[in-house]
Design a protein around this ligand. Structure first.
Ligand SMILES: NC(=O)C1=CN([C@@H]2O[C@H](COP(=O)(O)OP(=O)(O)OC[C@H]3O[C@@H](n4cnc5c(N)ncnc54)[C@H](OP(=O)(O)O)[C@@H]3O)[C@@H](O)[C@H]2O)C=CC1
Ligand SMILES: O=C1O[C@H](COP(=O)(O)O)[C@@H](O)[C@H](O)[C@H]1O
Length: 603
C-alpha cells in the first residue's frame, strides 16, 4: 500500500498508511484518508473547527495537500475542488494523474514530502532563548511540527552547533501534564537544531546559510520561515539578504517580524515600504504575541458564541472598559531598547490596542483572517486619536522596602541620565461609532508596579430603579456588575454579581461567578509563541498584524507621542513596587470611572 502525506504537520507518516486508493467519478485517482488519522492530537481540534467553519469542505488551509507529483496546494478548496470530505471524516485527496503514476504501489510519495526550515535570526539573543526555542520545542513535543523540519540559529556570535544546542537545552522544559520521554524528545529536537554564524547584512553569509539549509532539506519541497529576533534597526538588512540569498526556490518563504514596527506613523510606513521591496505582504507575519494568548484568543468565542454577552456588548449596557497591564519588575537589562520607545509604544499601541480591537469589533463575516482583520481595521479607524489631556505618564523611582533597595529607571546605565521616557501611562480612548459612542476605553500600563497582571475589565451600567438599592448602600460603583477577563497570571473569566448572603435577613454582597482555568481545565495553557509559530508555519494570518491595521494603530498614538516628546512632558515619579502615579485616578475620575484593579476581587 502506498503511503501519501497530505499534511506536513502530522506526527508520523505511519499515520497515513491506513489509507486506500479509489477511482472517483472523474476517473482521477483519489486517496481516502481518515481525518482522525492525519491530524495530530493537539492540533486536531483547531483544524477540525476550520473545517466546520467553512461548510465542512475547505480543509486544505489546515491540511497541505499534494496535487500532482510536486505542487503543494495550500489555498482553500471549495466543495467542487480536488479535496473532498467524504462522510465520517474521510478526506478524499487527489493523487497525481494516472499517466504519471504507472504503479501506484511503488510510487515514491516520500520523495515529494515537503520540509520546513525555521531560521531564528538573532539566535543568541534574549527573546530567542526565552521564548522562540522553547516554543519550537513545545510544538515538536506535541507533534505539531512537520515530520521533516530543520531549525537553524543565525547570529553574529561565534558558536558551534553543539554550543547552540547547549544554550537551547538550558531553556527547554516539558509540559507539566506530559513528562513522558521528555529527555528523549529533547535530544531528538536538539539533533534538528543547527547554527550558522553570519552578519545580518551579508549576502554571502546568507548564501552560505542557504547552502546549509539545502543540505538538510535534501531535495524536498523546501518551505522557509525566518524569525527576525533582532533589534529593529537591522530588520531590513536581514530581510534583504534572506530574500535575495536564502529564499526557498520551490516552496514558500515567510518572515516573522517582531515589534517594534517603527516609532510612529512615518517610521512604520517607511519600514513597511522597505520590507515590501523584498517581500509581499502575505510573506510578512508581524507578530504581537498578546494575540497568541489563550484568553485573548478566547475573546471572540466569549462574545460570539454566548447569547448572553453579545446583546450587552454596547454603550447601552457597558459604562466603560479597562485594559490593564502591570509588571512587578522594571526595565533592567532592556533599558537601551526601552528608552527609545517607552511604555506607550512598548505595550499600549500594540498589545492593549489589539485586545481592544478584538473586544470592540463588529461580528466578522467569517473566521477567515481577512474578515477578522477587516473588522479590526474598521474599529481602529473609528477611534479618535489620543489627546494629550487624556494621557498621564509616569516613571518609576528608587524605593527601599524590607531592607532591599529597588533601582530607579534612570539608575540603569543604558538609560540616559534625566530621561523622561514614561515607564507608566494611562489613557482614555473613544470609539466614535454607533455601538460605542461615549464609552471610555481606559488603558493603563506600567513597569515596576506592585503586581504582574494583564486583564480586561468591563464595567456595566447600574440597574435602573434597583429594588435593592437600600440593601446595597450608597456606593453604586460597588454594586456594578463587572466582567473580568484575566489574561495572566491565573487565567480566568469572572463576573461580579450582587448576591443575597444566605440567612434569614436580606443582606447583599458581591460575589464572583468564576471560571478559573486552572480549576476547570487540567491541560497546561500553551505559550503565545507556540500558537503563533504554528500559525505562521501553517500560513494562518488571523493573529498577525496587517499593514493597514498597523497604520490605523499608529495614527491613534503618533500625534500624542510627538507632543509628549516635543513638550518634554515630565512624568509623575512613582516608587518602584507601588500602584503607580496618582494622576491615573484623576484621569479615570474625569470620565466617572474607578479603576477596577484597585479593590479586592472577592472570589
Ligand atoms: N526580549 C523580549 O522579551 C522581547 C523582545 N521583542 C523584540 O524581539 C527582538 C529581539 O529581542 P531581544 O532578543 O531582546 O534582542 P537582543 O538585544 O537580545 O538582540 C538579539 C540579537 O541581535 C544581535 N544584536 C543585538 N544588538 C545588535 C546590534 N546593535 N546590531 C546588530 N546585531 C545586534 C545580537 O546577536 P549577535 O551579536 O550574536 O549577532 C543579539 O543576541 C527585538 O525586536 C525586540 O524588540 C519583543 C517582545 C519581547
Ligand atoms: O512585548 C513586550 O511584552 C513583554 C510582556 O510580555 P508578557 O507575555 O510577559 O506579558 C514586556 O515585558 C516587554 O516590555 C514588551 O516589549
Amino acid at each position: 500500500m502506498a503511503t501519501f502525506s497530505p499534511s506536513t504537520h502530522c506526527p508520523s507518516s505511519s499515520a497515513y498508511s491506513n489509507s486506500s486508493s479509489v477511482i472517483n467519478g472523474t476517473n482521477r485517482l483519489h486517496q481516502r484518508i481518515a481525518l482522525s488519522s492525519i491530524l495530530p492530537k493537539r492540533c486536531r481540534s483547531r483544524k477540525l473547527s476550520l473545517q466546520q467553519s467553512s461548510n465542512g469542505v475547505s480543509l486544505s488551509k489546515a491540511v497541505h495537500v499534494q496535487d500532482g507529483a510536486t505542487n503543494m496546494k495550500t489555498s482553500p478548496v471549495e466543495s467542487d475542488g480536488p479535496v473532498k470530505i467524504l462522510k465520517d471524516g474521510i478526506l478524499s485527496v487527489p493523487l497525481p494523474p494516472p499517466e504519471e503514476v504507472k504503479d501506484i504501489a511503488s510510487f515514491d510519495f516520500d520523495k515529494d514530502k515537503s520540509t520546513v526550515s525555521i531560521t531564528v535570526v538573532g539566535a543568541s539573543g534574549d527573546l530567542a532563548k526565552k521564548k522562540i526555542f522553547p516554543a519550537l520545542f513545545a510544538l515538536f513535543y506535541e507533534g505539531c511540527l512537520p515530520e521533516h523540519f530543520t531549525i537553524c540559529g543565525y547570529a553574529r556570535s561565534k558558536m558551534s552547533d553543539a554550543e547552540l544546542r547547549t544554550m537551547v537545552s538550558k531553556t527547554l522544559t516539558c509540559r507539566i501534564d506530559q513528562r513522558e520521554n521528555c529527555g528523549e524528545k529533547m535530544d531528538q529536537f536538539l539533533e534538528r537544531c543547527f547554527y550558522h554564524p553570519g552578519q545580518y547584512d551579508s549576502e554571502e553569509n546568507f548564501l552560505e546559510l542557504d547552502r546549509k539549509l539545502k543540505e538538510h532539506e535534501a531535495g524536498r519541497v523546501a518551505n522557509r520561515l525566518f524569525y527576525l529576533s533582532i533589534p529593529p534597526n537591522i530588520f531590513v538588512d536581514a530581510v534583504k539578504c534572506a530574500s535575495s540569498s536564502a529564499s526557498s526556490a520551490n516552496g514558500w518563504t515567510r518572515v516573522i517580524v517582531e515589534k517594534p514596527f517603527g516609532r510612529d506613523s512615518e517610521s512604520s510606513a517607511a519600514l513597511t515600504r522597505s520590507l515590501k521591496q523584498y517581500l509581499d505582504e502575505d510573506q510578512i507575519f508581524r507578530i504581537d504575541h498578546y494575540l497568541g494568548k489563550e484568553l485573548v484568543e478566547n475573546l471572540s468565542v466569549l462574545r460570539f458564541s454566548n447569547l448572553i454577552f453579545e446583546p450587552l456588548w454596547s454603550r447601552q449596557y457597558i459604562r466603560n472598559v479597562q485594559f490593564i497591564f502591570a509588571e512587578d519588575f522594571g526595565t533592567e537589562g532592556r533599558g537601551g531598547y526601552f528608552d527609545n520607545y517607552g511604555i506607550i509604544r512598548d505595550i499600549m499601541q500594540n498589545h492593549l490596542l489589539q485586545m481592544l480591537a478584538i473586544f470592540a469589533m463588529e461580528t466578522p463575516v467569517s473566521l477567515d483572517a481577512e474578515d477578522i482583520r477587516n473588522e479590526k481595521v474598521k474599529v481602529l479607524r473609528s477611534m479618535r486619536p489620543l489627546r494629550l489631556d487624556d494621557v498621564v505618564v509616569g516613571q518609576y523611582k528608587s524605593h527601599t522596602r524590607g531592607g532591599v533597595k529597588y533601582p530607579a529607571y534612570t539608575d540603569d546605565k543604558t538609560v540616559p541620565a534625566g530621561s523622561l521616557t514614561p515607564t507608566f501611562a494611562a489613557a482614555a480612548l473613544f470609539i466614535d461609532n454607533a455601538r460605542w459612542d461615549g464609552v471610555p476605553f481606559l488603558m493603563k500600563a506600567g513597569k515596576a508596579l506592585h503586581d504582574r497582571r494583564a486583564e480586561i475589565r468591563v464595567q456595566f451600567r447600574h440597574v435602573p430603579g434597583n429594588l435593592y438599592n437600600k440593601n446595597i448602600g450608597t456606593d453604586l460603583d460597588l454594586a456594578t456588575n463587572e466582567l473580568v477577563i484575566r489574561v495572566q497570571p491565573d487565567e480566568a473569566i469572572y463576573l461580579k454579581i450582587n448576591n443575597k448572603v444566605p440567612g434569614l435577613g436580606m443582606r447583599l454582597d458581591r460575589s464572583n461567578l468564576n471560571l478559573l482555568y486552572a480549576a476547570r481545565y487540567s491541560k497546561e495553557i500553551p505559550d503565545a509563541y507556540e500558537r503563533l509559530l504554528l500559525d505562521a508555519i501553517e500560513g494562518e494570518r488571523r493573529l498577525f498584524i496587517r499593514s493597514d491595521e498597523l497604520n490605523a494603530a499608529w495614527s491613534l498614538f503618533s500625534p500624542v507621542l510627538k507632543e509628549l516628546e516635543e513638550k518634554k512632558i515630565v512624568p509623575e515619579y512613582y516608587p518602584y513596587g507601588s500602584r503607580g502615579p496618582v494622576c491615573s485616578h484623576y484621569l479615570a475620575a474625569k470620565y466617572k470611572v474607578r479603576w477596577g484593579d484597585i479593590g479586592s476581587d472577592q472570589q
